[in-house]
Design a protein around this ligand. Structure first.
Ligand SMILES: NC(=O)c1ccc[n+]([C@@H]2O[C@H](COP(=O)([O-])OP(=O)(O)OC[C@H]3O[C@@H](n4cnc5c(N)ncnc54)[C@H](O)[C@@H]3O)[C@@H](O)[C@H]2O)c1
Length: 303
């Protein structure tokens, strides 16, 4: 956004829809009006954490196609995704670092301040999953999983929401999981509970910041094949078949399919959606509820 150096600068504007009148107004007033009325051709800035690989990477590519200026974070090298998003025409800036560290959050906010553009989107996509039977999970396992999966979102929201408040608008999407609402897999205690907390955070932020025009939602992906787990799934054909069959659509999802949902939630097309936890799971949770209902019905019939 252009900075107005001189308070007395003015500009000529065309007033009224039919451009019937011409008026000279202070430049600052004009820029504020343009900013408020969202007449910017750019979609503003969207921040994506965990953008180097998997779902976060596809989200970054989709948002680049949508026309956002991107600030991308990952603990890993971001060179490849930055190259691809720029090739799609996006201004993409890397902020490499561990998102659980205050120095990374500071680097994010410094970068955003430097852009002087409205911040319209934040996507929290990182996670950690220390898996073990409950009695074997140490404090370090619990705290590490919660730091990355839950508290990173607390910290990015605390840092980024003030930028959204400047223009009273914005959309936050937390990438949660079907594990927030179902614990079908063993040894996911820390991850399941951190994802459930993320859904609760989504709701409480939606309630607090709804009056300020900021929407907050989360997406609960089902089984998504990404680079990280592709090899494992390929070498475990039986598990793959069983997991795919558990979805109503009888297949796992693609990271691009999660990215489409994020793009929608960030857009004005989702203007009345906030505080929602939306499964993007090929019907996995629907099948689970169906199975639960059947089990209950059988148990009742047996009484
Ligand atoms: N893949 C699935 O089946 C699936 C299912 C449900 C939910 N999810 C959720 O989707 C999100 C993305 O998962 P994915 O499968 O794409 O994983 P992934 O491992 O492919 O990508 C995660 C990215 O986060 C980055 N990251 C991890 N810790 C970080 C940190 N402390 N700071 C900065 N970056 C960090 C990693 O380097 C990586 O690029 C996660 O929140 C995950 O819980 C995935």
């Amino acid at each position: 956004m252009q900075r107005v150096k001189n308070e007395t600068d003015t500009c000529v504007v065309l007033v009224a829809h039919n451009f019937a009148a011409v008026r000279r107004i202070p430049l600052k007033q004009y820029l504020n009006a343009v900013s408020d009325s969202k007449l910017f051709t750019s979609k503003g800035v969207a921040i994506v954490s965990g953008a180097a690989h998997g779902i976060g990477r596809q989200i970054a590519l989709k948002l680049a196609r949508d026309g956002y200026t991107l600030v991308l974070n990952d603990i890993d090298d971001l060179g490849s995704v930055i190259g691809e998003t720029r090739a799609l025409g996006s201004t993409a800036i890397p902020v490499q670092g561990d998102i659980t560290l205050p120095t990374t959050i500071k680097a994010l906010t410094d970068t955003i301040e430097g852009l002087k553009l409205p911040v319209s989107g934040l996507v929290n996509c990182v996670y950690r999953n220390d898996r073990a039977p409950f009695l074997d999970l140490s404090d370090e396992n619990w705290l590490g999983t919660w730091e990355t999966t839950f508290f990173s979102a607390v910290r990015t929201c605390r840092a980024i929401i003030p930028f959204m408040l400047l223009h009273r608008g914005g959309s936050i999407v937390n990438i949660s999981s079907v594990h927030a609402v179902g614990s079908g897999e063993r040894d996911f205690h820390a991850y399941d509970s951190a994802k459930a907390a993320l859904n609760a955070l989504t709701r409480s932020l939606a309630v607090e910041f709804g009056p300020e025009g900021i929407r907050v939602n989360d997406i609960m992906p089902g089984m998504i094949v990404v680079e990280r787990n592709e090899e494992w799934w390929t070498s475990h054909a039986k598990e793959f078949e069983a997991s795919a069959a558990a979805h109503a659509l009888k297949r796992p999802g693609k990271p691009e399919e999660v990215a489409e949902a994020v793009s929608f939630l960030l857009s004005d097309a989702a203007s009345f959606i906030t505080g929602a936890s939306i499964p993007v799971d090929g019907g996995l949770t629907a099948v689970l509820s169906d199975t639960t209902a059947l089990t209950l019905a059988k148990a009742r019939a047996a009484c």
